[in-house]
Ligand binder design. Structure first.
Ligand SMILES: [Fe+2]
Ligand SMILES: [Fe+2]
Length: 296
């Protein structure tokens, strides 16, 4: 029987560049501002709340197998993958504290998320099913982030919806780097264990847990917007909120790409680099680097 590598039609092509960049944004000018619709801000806020702890999990699951990687170029990519994800987590935490924390009490969700998803689910699942499953969940999650990143950059969605340059740069930077390192967890999984069943199991876990935690984060923000602290009346325009939600669902955003991304990932012979969107990522990064150099 053919294994995953043999089922691929084309040889594995990887990102030409995975660079660990350390942009600095304080996001101070975003505090109290509304650079996009309430629905869009909450959607991004929910994802931003989920990222730091999630990215620490990605790092843990890949790092666990780092010493077993024989392919030297993949071993170097793993180091840069870890560096990039660490920076993403750091800046999302800065954003979460400064911007989301100004408007919402984010601590109850963050505590619930860490305690239940990582201290309990991750710990129990790896104990029962092994570290390879955690790696496979990460490979699947990276496929979602790369799919959403490619959509956000190539459709012009981010530029169209975000009016603040720092926030736009922040989201585009994260998206571009997700594209740059999209093959890493997948290739580590292939090198450690290229069982198709393991790949499917990781995707099943991820396809259930990822929307669940993002939805929980979204509800935690929406509930507070409907019932603000200090007993003041809600300033959320419910009609606009639902209208924007429907529009987001229709325009090919993360909602509509979810199921196609799963189907694509489960195709035997699939590889993340089958989509060559590295040039788009590169162009975006160059623009951000130019702007950062001007303010430095
Ligand atoms: Fe990331
Ligand atoms: Fe990533």
């Amino acid at each position: 029987m053919l294994n995953e590598k043999q089922m691929r039609n084309t040889p594995t092509k990887r990102s030409p560049r995975i660079e660990v960049r350390k942009p600095q944004w304080s996001f101070s000018e975003l505090v109290g501002q509304k650079p996009r619709s309430d629905f869009g801000r909450m959607m991004f806020g929910a994802m931003s709340l989920v990222f730091p702890e999630g990215e620490r999990f990605f790092i843990r699951s890949v790092k666990y197998f780092a010493a077993q990687i024989n392919d030297k170029s993949l071993a170097a990519d793993v180091k840069n993958f870890i560096g990039q994800e660490a920076q993403h987590g750091k800046l999302h935490e800065t954003f979460n504290k400064a911007v989301l924390g100004h408007e919402y009490d984010i601590e109850p969700f963050l505590k619930w998320y860490k305690t239940n998803m990582f201290d309990f689910v991750e710990a129990r699942a790896t104990e029962l099913l092994g570290e390879k499953l955690a790696l496979s969940v990460t490979a699947a999650a990276e496929h979602f982030t790369a799919t959403w990143a490619a959509h956000g950059l190539s459709s012009g969605y981010l530029e169209q919806h975000i009016k603040n340059q720092d926030l736009l740069d922040f989201m585009q930077w994260h998206a571009a780097e997700e594209i740059e390192h999209k093959h890493v967890a997948f290739d580590v999984l292939q090198e450690i264990d290229d069982s198709y069943l393991l790949r499917v199991a990781g995707m099943l876990f991820c396809a259930v847990l990822l929307p669940f935690v993002i939805s929980a984060a979204f509800v935690s923000l929406a509930a507070q917007a409907l019932q603000p602290r200090s007993g003041q009346a809600s300033n959320l325009d419910i009609f606009a909120f639902f209208r924007d939600g429907v529009a987001e669902g229709r325009n090919g955003s993360i909602f509509t790409s979810f199921v196609p991304a799963i189907i694509e990932y489960l195709k035997p012979g699939f590889h993340p680099s089958d989509h060559d969107d590295y040039a788009v990522a590169q162009k975006v990064v160059e623009g951000i680097e130019r702007r950062m150099a001007q303010v430095a």
